[in-house]
Design a protein around this ligand. Sequence first.
Ligand code: FES
Ligand code: FES
Length: 156
Amino acid sequence: MPQRTMAVALNGSKREVAVADHTLLSEMIRGLGLLGTKVSCDMQVCGACTVLLDGRPVSSCTTLAIEAEGRSVDTIEGLADGPRLHPLQTAFLEKAAFQCGFCTPGMIMAAKALLAERPSPDEAAVKHWMDGNICRCTGYETIVEAVLDAARATRP
Ligand code: FES
Ligand code: FES
């Protein structure tokens, strides 16, 4: 299958990546060894594959890799600052807002975009923003609490 090389800023690092026209963003990311981005439904329903494209959350399972050409892509692997976890990661740990953890990277990336756009969301805003991210085992109470905790921790 013919491939072409495109430039992308992946977690802040400039990369040259070979992709075919039909390569999905999720395939590109996971093919580079970044396995934190999960794929479940493969049809933009569950949110497990959520990454940030120029800071906006997208389902990488239904986004073509070439759409990311010349743009920034952020995945869960880029969130921590060395050994220092991002406040969202800390809050999810402290609230035990996961069981199997499969949905967690997508949840956290979606929440990161929320806090960038709205640093002080209330509970209703968190629920509304996150309604495209499905968790099949934890329930949503601790997830919403974790996002609100992280908002308090990061508020300017
Ligand atoms: S795997 Fe992409 S939305 Fe479910
Ligand atoms: S923690 Fe298992 S699906 Fe959400």
